[in-house]
Write a new protein. Structure first.
Ligand SMILES: C[S@@+](CC[C@H](N)C(=O)[O-])C[C@H]1O[C@@H](n2cnc3c(N)ncnc32)[C@H](O)[C@@H]1O
Length: 342
């Protein structure tokens, strides 16, 4: 069945009339100029056939085309939207994520063996003062917290290392050092202080606990004579300090610093000229006798300050320095020397 519509022949293949063949029906295959316009069921009323068919064809073709186009464009649009959404969402998600919070240390936070409490800056300064830190020093802070002691030492020109178990504190310290412009001299390592080698230090700083100090003491006493040890507040048991300093300005808690100088090891018997020097050493304190012929003089005021030794025997004051199994110095404006016998 053909329908002339505005000069265009529209042909219906498969026309079904369902009321009256001239009045209404449906078309399943609709052609125009031999080309398939569409597949489907088109209902039309005869009276309005031309209009309806045209409308239907046009509309349907249009709709169909539009639908196809829309399907295609929907396809792309969906993907485009999905694509955009992905980025928008990803961006949004990224923005929605709270910016990675910089680690904020809390005073009293757990540490492996000691909680974190920072040394007041005024005491840090005092600790480095009494240790007489210079640019020649290598300062190691055991349990370095936020890095303040290491950074302060580095600002004085010293090379400094912080040994800290908490990795967040280590990263924080590195950031702090960089901010202070001493990232090169102030180094930090994430490590257990008990498993660390700090034998190269010339100055050890620490703010730990009395029992930890005691545990570290044998290792500290084996450090190079003259190594300075400074502790915030806590002592070393019966190893009395060589100096105590208290900060009363700008410091309300933890304001006492103790300094120890690692003494040389002199305990034993020495040959001093024709005499025998028998020394008993308790940390930096020395006692004993100096025997010469039938005379035995008690050692008094015997003390070690690193490798520097002083003592009095028979009314003569001896000063000198120790170098392993040898000592030498002056006494009564004359020179003396001694070598270890055993
Ligand atoms: C009292 S804070 C002192 C911090 C810093 N030295 C100061 O004076 O400001 C002790 C520090 O030691 C750290 N610490 C505890 N046990 C440790 C261990 N076994 N090895 C390394 N660091 C440790 C803690 O995380 C803490 O930062």
């Amino acid at each position: 069945m053909k329908f002339p519509i505005s000069g265009v022949d529209v042909e219906c293949h498969k026309w079904d009339s369902f009321q009256h063949p001239e009045k209404s029906g449906s078309c399943d295959l609709l052609f125009s100029n031999g080309n398939l316009l569409d597949l489907g069921v088109w209902r039309m009323k005869t009276a309005e056939r031309s209009t309806m068919v045209r409308t239907l064809v046009a509309n349907q073709s249009f709709n169909s085309l539009k639908e196809k186009q829309m399907k295609v464009s929907h396809f792309f649009r969906h993907w485009f939207i999905a694509f955009c959404l992905f980025f928008v969402c990803a961006g949004g998600f990224a923005q929605a994520q709270p910016a990675k919070q910089e680690f904020q240390p809390q005073v009293g936070q757990e540490g492996k063996d000691v909680v974190w409490v920072p040394t007041p800056q005024a005491l840090v300064d005092k600790m480095l003062d009494i240790a007489k830190v210079t640019p020649k020093d290598y300062v190691i802070d055991l349990g370095s917290g936020d890095g303040r002691t290491v950074i302060t030492a580095a600002k004085r020109g010293a090379k400094a290392l912080g040994i800290e178990y908490n990795p967040d504190m280590v990263e924080l310290s590195k950031r702090n050092a960089a901010k202070e412009g001493v990232g090169d001299k102030a180094q930090f390592t994430k490590a257990d202080l008990f498993a660390s080698d700090f034998s190269q230090a010339t100055v050890i700083t620490m703010f730990l606990l009395p029992d930890i100090n005691l545990k570290l003491r044998p290792k500290i006493l084996n450090l190079k004579p003259g190594t300075r040890i400074v502790s915030n507040t806590f002592d070393m048991g019966e190893w009395t300090d060589d100096e105590t300093a208290i900060v009363d300005k700008g410091c309300t808690n933890w304001c006492t610093a103790h300094l120890w100088i690692v003494p040389a090891k002199v305990d034993g018997t020495w040959q001093l000229g024709q005499g025998e020097l028998a020394l008993k050493q308790t940390f930096q304190m020395i006692s004993g006798t100096l025997k010469s012929g039938n005379n035995t003089a008690q050692i008094t005021n015997g003390k070690l300050h690193g490798d520097q030794i002083t003592f009095t025997a028979g009314g003569v004051q001896y000063t000198g320095h120790v170098n392993g199994n040898a000592m030498e110095g002056t006494a009564n404006n004359g020179k003396w020397s001694a070598t270890r016998r055993r």
